[in-house]
Design a binder for this molecule. Sequence first.
Ligand SMILES: NC(=O)c1ccc[n+]([C@@H]2O[C@H](COP(=O)([O-])OP(=O)(O)OC[C@H]3O[C@@H](n4cnc5c(N)ncnc54)[C@H](OP(=O)(O)O)[C@@H]3O)[C@@H](O)[C@H]2O)c1
Length: 332
Amino acid sequence: MKAMTQDRYGSADVLTLADVDMPAVGDDDVLIRVRAAGVGPEVWHLMTGRPYFVRLMGFGLRKPKARVVGRDVAGVVEAAGKDVTQFQLGDEVFGSCRGAYAEYASAGAGSEGGVGTSGVVALKPTNITFEQAAAVPTSASTALQGLRDAGGIRAGQSVLIIGASGGVGTFAVQLAKTFGARVTGVCSTSKVDLVRSLGADHVIDYTREDFAARGEHHDLILDTAGRRSLAHLRRALTPRGTLVIVGGEGGGPWTGGFERQLWAPVVSRFVPQQLRPLTAVDRREDLLYLKDLIEGGKLTPVIDRTYRLDEAAKALADADEGHGRGKKVITV
Ligand SMILES: NC(=O)c1ccc[n+]([C@@H]2O[C@H](COP(=O)([O-])OP(=O)(O)OC[C@H]3O[C@@H](n4cnc5c(N)ncnc54)[C@H](OP(=O)(O)O)[C@@H]3O)[C@@H](O)[C@H]2O)c1
């Protein structure tokens, strides 16, 4: 089968379209005929091996252990291991897998996992395309876990989403509205209309105005972009508000700016506000929660652009620029 492969860490030009063996399918695995795959920072980190601490997490110190890249997937179950009871051949599924940038990929049929595990899939929402479904798993699960689990979001709260136009942010704005929050999105000028169309009550253009200088205070801040300091972010929080740090572009080669996530729990012990880093996990329960919202018309993936499989390097290079409108997706 055709797959986008890498034999060393580096920028997108390490990727090669190659003929590889079909993936092995264990007793607990499903084999998916891939129809679309998601593009996002999680793929970029494993392609580049940056920040370097990623390599210490079992992905390979000098070169990547997994040859086929990609994680978020949408496709059709083509075969199943003997212990799989949840899926039938022909089921349309979405979720995470091993090596999504390929004609076929295998995924675990378990219900929970994290980065580097065999992945988690669920039945795909029936009312969206495979491309839209492939945009959902990592980004929407991250937004959901950030708002609900780490953020404890409640109806009536004021919620600030920084990076509201991005992969995580476009889901976060819509999800925060489903929880009954008043939502303010932060993005650049050309995306103000997009963020408003997703349901944000207010939109702040960060190229013209600093949200922390407005004198407004939010019960919950979900920070996905800009890598502003903890002190800066705390200025826009209510005295007992919660900051959830999802991520941010840039940072040095070793930690990739992860210092804020390390400092947040330390500072949190000495201030009345809650400052929390987020590490999202793959959960079938969350995929099914998102599926219900999508089928109910309350959540719609925003697709920036689609690419062919042989354009995966361009897709990842474009995504690395960090100024997308929602998600980039690969059609297989
Ligand atoms: N913790 C976890 O488990 C987890 C999971 C998934 C992702 N992440 C991290 O979350 C971050 C966001 O991921 P993503 O997929 O949403 O990225 P993305 O699609 O590239 O989105 C980033 C968005 O932020 C906006 N932006 C850039 N600079 C900004 C600034 N200074 N202030 C406000 N907005 C700004 C960009 O739009 P403009 O053109 O408007 O600037 C873009 O729409 C990444 O660092 C990623 O690694 C973490």
